[in-house]
Design a protein around this ligand. Structure first.
Ligand code: FES
Length: 158
């Protein structure tokens, strides 16, 4: 009489057990990667830009007669005798920042010149500098709106 144990009750050899564990880990990692890629699909690809309407602070932050350059907004803010106004520093040729030079502006990149109202005096810039609307917020701060260009006659009395 033989006393062979049934094969199902035998302990699997350690090499087979570790291969099984490695296989399970690989399948788990692949599944997790697939799920992560699938979930990422539902997150929109959006580039967030700064708001085109923004607060630049109280009028008292701009001394009378002063011209203030806001480099992060690429904007000149004027506090003239007849009110506040803003002129873009973006050259209409290829987008360099124009610099104040005398009463007007000069572009350091290709030599365009603009008068004090931003009108082209010398090319290659094809168009004048943009003017943007200014308004007062309920908290009496100046608010620039880049979506509302205005003419050079615009002034805000604050
Ligand atoms: S970018 Fe100003 S002149 Fe070319």
């Amino acid at each position: 009489m033989t006393t062979d144990r049934p094969r199902l009750l035998e302990r699997p050899d350690p090499v087979r057990r570790s291969m099984f564990a490695i296989g399970c880990i690989a399948i788990g990692a692949a599944t997790a990667g697939f799920l992560a890629a699938t979930l990422r699909f539902f997150v929109p690809n959006v580039l967030y830009e700064p708001s085109r309407r923004f607060d630049i602070g109280p009028p008292s932050g701009f001394p009378p007669g002063a011209v203030t350059f806001l480099p992060d907004r690429r904007l000149y803010v004027f506090n003239g005798t007849d009110g506040f106004y803003t002129i873009s520093s973006v050259c209409t040729h290829l987008g360099c920042n124009v610099k104040r030079g005398g009463p007007g502006f000069a572009c350091p990149c290709h030599g365009s010149q603009f008068n004090e109202n931003g009108q082209v005096v010398q090319g290659p810039a094809p168009k004048p500098l943009a003017w943007y609307s200014l308004s007062l917020s309920p908290h009496a701060h100046l608010v620039v709106d880049l979506d509302h260009p205005v003419t050079p006659e615009f002034r805000l009395r604050a």
